[in-house]
Design a binder for this molecule. Sequence first.
Ligand code: FAD
Ligand code: NAI
Length: 466
Amino acid sequence: MSTYDVVILGAGPGGYNAAIRAGQLGLKAVCVEGRATLGGTCLNVGCMPSKALLHASELYDAAMGAEFATLGIEVKPTLNLAQMMKQKDESVAGLTKGIEFLFRKNKVHWIKGWGHIDGPGKVTVTDRHGEKTELLAKDIIIATGSEPTPLPGVDIDNKRILDSTGALSLTEVPKHLVVIGAGVIGLELGSVWRRLGAQVTVVEYLDRICPGVDGEAGKTLQRSLSKQGINFKLSSKVTSATTSETGVQLSVEPAAGGTAELIEADYVLVAIGRRPYTEGLGLENVGLATDKRGMLANKGHRTEAAGVWVIGDVTSGPMLAHKAEDEAMVCIEQIVGKAAEVNYDLIPNVIYTKPELASVGKTEEQLKTEGRAYKVGKFPFTANSRAKINHETEGFAKVLADERTDEILGVHLVGPSVSEMIGEYCVAMEFSASAEDIALTCHPHPTRSEALRQAAMNVEGMATQM
Ligand code: FAD
Ligand code: NAI
């Protein structure tokens, strides 16, 4: 039996950041991970492999289509899918090894196996050979993450009917990929396979893509993706799937009910959301239970059980790696008695399609529902010189500011590389900046970031470049 200050269950962005911060602050920390490698969903089967394929497929598509030809680059690319997957896997392996290095550097112990809470301060880990290790600690952090939400009648086998993990490692380009769910995973992985040559149909239950993102931004993104050849079937539901050796037949109906149509696909991706993962954790041994959605509640990262904390996808809030990371840091700081808290109003959100969609703060829809008076400053990338010279003019920057105080309340960007630009507004909004503060700040020329400044100037109708 080994004794620690803190046992962390799960080594995703929540767990590994908590473990590293604990090590930095001098705590004796152990991180328990059931997977063979560190990094959780994000590094192994989420953020990182998806971005590897988005990057590679974007370049392939640019070389294949009109984009390179317009620039005067004439090439005829051939797809080497095996190599594309190999470089993705190698990058992922490098990243997971990087976490091992950081654990060693910060004196964090890593125990391989599945953790089970036996009682207050007690965890048993069972490794893949059935060997058990008992751990004692003052504090336990649950950072066990999430898993794909299943769709009744459309059983994931990761042969023909895939979850995101299956769709990240196909060995052939689908002829027709049907994606169920027009959320982040559906649009990102749908884009990957569309660019590599698949016909892609996205079936979405609601009458819009990406519920939760600013309506105007969502519509602009949908228009762009449609132009790229992704076919959207909104307000539709899949009611059943029949799988054969070579494909899947789906029955699709209007969401409100009506006549069903049959759609044939060789692969189907189910991407209708993710749900918290707490299987076999032994929550009952510390008097905890999940809610109807499988979620573990928290108050300032504490559960109702003394000494048991919870962070990341397994608890409330957006299921994002940087949210899990922020909670990890704050949770450890609280354990050592420091004052810290996460600002849930300013967690940015990015969809890594082309164009990208990046946002922070309130959407127009939210401000209207709250009855808050606001001003809008918009600036299109068609009027930005760098975007024009690069032939990348889709999208816009939109700044929403309080009508009376001019405080920035929300920012919505659709365009190239906006994921790298939204951080400017995150910092500004952390300091309660006004739109005028951004409007008065010099930005480098020629960059796409000038569109962000022009949008802020346009809150008062003062954009100078349109
Ligand atoms: P996880 O990363 O899920 O890690 C939890 C870990 O706990 C897992 O490794 C699991 O094996 C382990 N575990 C579970 N139970 C036990 C147990 N009892 N004992 C031991 N170990 C256990 N987010 C972004 O911010 N940006 C993106 O671009 C992005 N892209 C994504 C793409 C895809 C395809 C997917 C699926 C997700 C993506 N996400 C992205 C979401 C992101 O991956 C998650 O929000 C993030 O990984 C959550 O971190 P976590 O630490 O809470 O949980
Ligand atoms: P999602 O919640 O983003 O989208 C799911 C979509 O499926 C929604 O539009 C929903 O209306 C629709 N839907 C639900 N049930 C349906 C049904 N029966 N039929 C048709 N449509 C249905 O979930 P997704 O895409 O699975 O991603 C899960 C989570 O992973 C995201 O919410 C996000 O937190 C995280 N993620 C983040 C990424 C990023 O930050 N770039 C990338 C990928 C995932």
